[in-house]
Design a protein around this ligand. Structure first.
Ligand code: HEC
Length: 176
């Protein structure tokens, strides 16, 4: 009985540690870079040759997903990677900026934004965070000590269109 109890306690502690370490994770695909490399030859830079609102031609989310999955550059993509690419396609269809978080560094987060003309700002609990652009489609957000990932919100703006990514909800925008 006693042994059973302590095993249960140890299991509980391990589970707690796993949950604490697991936390929030970056997306498994650099969708913007992958798109430029594998898709832009047919669909234009940042989706320039895709029709506005093309997603409306598809009756369901799974239909759009199937089309993307059937594209030459998507062969071999894992399901979680495809999720990110489909999200990016939705953003293009809607003419809205797309945001994805792709890397966790010790004191910063990095990710992608499309179109590259969009401006990017970030906050944690209404405190603004320093954002730099290491490359045209990339952003880097500095994290002061003690900043919780759950509190980080990144906003991209292009003209009247604006997209906010809340890391506590998802590592990329346009999940639906
Ligand atoms: C060799 C050219 C080619 C490449 C490379 C390619 N596509 Fe396509 N794509 C097409 C053609 C042709 C269509 C239209 C025919 C169809 O629906 O199957 C299409 C249709 C689409 C559509 C639907 C557009 C609409 O108006 O309904 C999306 C979304 C799309 N592609 C995304 C992608 C993505 C993402 C990639 C890269 C992973 C990619 N494509 C790579 C040729 C290409």
């Amino acid at each position: 009985m006693r042994r059973g109890c302590s095993a249960l306690v140890i299991f509980g502690v391990l589970l707690g540690v796993a949950v604490a370490l697991g936390g929030l994770r970056p997306a498994p695909l650099k969708a913007v870079e992958t798109y430029e490399r594998k898709c832009s030859s047919c669909h234009g830079k940042e989706g320039a040759m895709l029709e506005r609102d093309f997603e409306k031609k598809y009756a369901s989310v799974s239909e759009l997903r199937e089309v993307v999955e059937s594209m030459p550059g998507a062969i071999g993509m894992r399901s979680e990677e495809l999720d990110v690419m489909v999200a990016y396609m939705r953003a293009i269809s809607r003419g809205e900026p797309f945001l994805v978080w792709t890397e966790r560094r010790t004191d910063a987060l990095e990710g992608e934004v499309s179109p590259n003309a969009a401006t990017v700002v970030a906050t944690a609990k209404r405190q603004s965070l320093k954002v730099t652009r290491p490359a045209a489609n990339r952003w880097r957000v500095e994290l002061p000590k003690g900043t919780k990932l759950e509190d980080v919100e990144i906003t991209a703006r292009r003209g009247a269109e604006r997209t906010t990514l809340r890391l506590r909800e998802s590592p990329h925008s346009h999940t639906r």
